[in-house]
Ligand binder design. Structure first.
Ligand code: FAD
Length: 433
């Protein structure tokens, strides 16, 4: 009998919970990765940077496995088909993996578990992506928190060294099955092209975290860690990162807690992952759809320089600074009154660090429909935000070189008019409830 370990959003051999339990299961372990056709068929952009990132990391894992005489089995297909084939072909004892909390992943894993069960094999999923999952941090009434501050207080109270300690995978590397000769499909064979993206590093310095509080709100500075993509695909361990944060920056740790807060919101209130507002009355707002206006927002041609700089940064490099994400999201929903799901989907397509829970949480926060909602009548003034957070216009000039010339467009909407229109439309919907 063999044991398999299925990599998904946990692309590392070290401090990997599910892999650790697989290596200690008593059977030799074969690692598996599936380029998931169900997901890839939905990607219109055939030069998706994230796929290049995944592919590079699978190659790196293979290289590391080869140093201990092992290899990785890779497939391109629908996971249910792949597991059906594998479970019929091999005598599988167990399949180990790490829990993925997104709605699609839940459904996929339920289906795979059923296929495996039919062959007397079990799918075993472990917590690896977060320090605390789903129902581990509950209020006194045993209900999930829907406000961040008390959640974070409880999170910190519960988070001791036990939860932050790493899994010593390396000690058990001799339990990988010794074999070789696996070929990893190229991106071309899957209909994609690789990109020459300069991905952010997975290593961050103590100095960055020590300056984080001062620098993190200014988009022109390199003041944040840009580690999102590594958290998304598991090329860093959250335990290691949280330990480092605890040592060097309380505020940075707070951001990691925000990440877990939104993950538990998605797990406990799955309607937010299915196109619904966290607060139902916000679904009654008369959201519009204006193709031209949406296109101007996407292209960074709104005539509001901070908004335009943010959108162009994301279009060019797949990253946008958090402060600017808040401003562009608010602009789409409140200034343009366009359906925020359009913006949410556009971010999903472009961001290297795209994560359903954090993206949805960020959008609903900006719209006012989410947890921790600021009162809806607080509407960001994009010009005031620019003066405050990009006072020397360095960020703006970097991404909008024609700013200040005749080529730069006039504002597509007047701030005062847009503000009043937004308040009117929000009030109409919210007064009804
Ligand atoms: P740092 O400031 O260095 O923070 C470190 C890590 O903490 C981040 O990588 C992230 O994992 C976590 N984090 C920080 N802020 C938040 C937050 N507000 N909510 C949840 N986690 C946070 N974050 C994503 O990871 N994926 C998304 O798809 C995403 N979409 C967003 C959409 C909108 C409209 C908004 C307002 C925010 C969104 N965020 C998202 C949150 C935040 O903007 C990014 O996590 C952050 O900008 C990533 O840059 P960084 O890695 O340099 O962050």
């Amino acid at each position: 009998k063999i044991t398999l370990f299925w990599f998904r959003r946990d692309l590392r051999l070290h401090d990997n919970a599910g892999l650790y339990y697989a290596l200690r299961s008593g059977n030799l372990v074969v690692p598996v990765f599936i380029f998931d056709k169900t997901i890839l068929d939905d990607l219109d952009n055939k030069e998706d940077k994230r796929l290049t990132f995944i592919h590079q990391n699978i190659l790196a894992i293979q290289k590391e496995l080869q140093t201990v005489g092992s290899d990785i089995l890779t497939f391109y297909g629908h996971p249910t088909d792949v597991w059906k084939e594998l479970s019929e072909k091999y005598n599988i004892a167990e399949v180990f993996t790490n829990t993925d909390y997104e709605p699609y992943a839940n459904e996929r894993d339920t289906a795979v578990a059923k296929i495996l069960r039919a062959q007397n094999a079990e799918l075993k999923a472990y917590k690896d992506q977060v320090i605390f999952e789903k129902k581990e941090i509950l209020s006194g009434q045993n209900t999930p928190y829907t406000v961040f501050t008390p959640y974070s207080r409880m999170w910190r109270e519960k988070c001791n060294d036990f939860y932050l300690s790493s899994y010593p995978n390396k000690k058990y590397f001799e339990n990988f099955l010794k074999w070789s000769g696996s070929t990893i499909p190229t991106l071309q064979t899957m209909g994609f092209k690789s990109t020459d993206t300069d991905f952010p590093s997975s290593k961050i310095s103590a100095e960055l975290l020590e300056n984080y509080e001062k620098a993190r709100d200014f988009p022109a500075m390199e003041g944040t860690s840009r580690i999102g993509i590594h958290l998304r695909f598991g090329t860093v361990s959250i335990r290691e990162l949280a330990r480092f944060a605890k040592k060097h920056s309380n505020l940075y740790l707070n951001e990691l807690i925000w990440r877990e807060f939104y993950q538990q919101i998605l797990s406990n209130f799955p309607h937010v992952g299915k196109g619904k507002a966290f607060r139902a009355p916000y679904d009654d707002i008369n959201w519009g759809y204006d193709k031209d206006a949406f296109q101007k927002w996407c292209d960074g041609k709104t005539g509001y320089p901070l908004v335009d700089a943010g959108m162009r940064q994301m279009n060019a490099i797949g990253f946008m600074h958090n402060r600017v994400r808040m401003v562009v999201a608010s602009f789409l929903a409140k200034h343009l009154l366009l359906n925020w799901r359009l913006g949410e989907a556009y971010f999903a397509e472009k961001l290297l660090d795209y994560d359903l829970a954090a993206n949805n949480g960020g959008w609903q926060w900006a719209v006012g429909s989410g947890t921790d909602a600021a009162p809806y009548f607080r509407i960001f003034n994009p010009e005031a935000q620019a003066r405050k957070f990009d006072p020397k216009e360095e960020y703006i000039k970097k991404w909008v070189p024609e700013y200040g010339t005749d080529e730069y467009p006039e504002p597509m909407v007047d701030h005062k008019m847009a503000r009043e229109r937004c308040l009117r439309e929000y009030k109409k919907a919210l007064d009804r409830s």
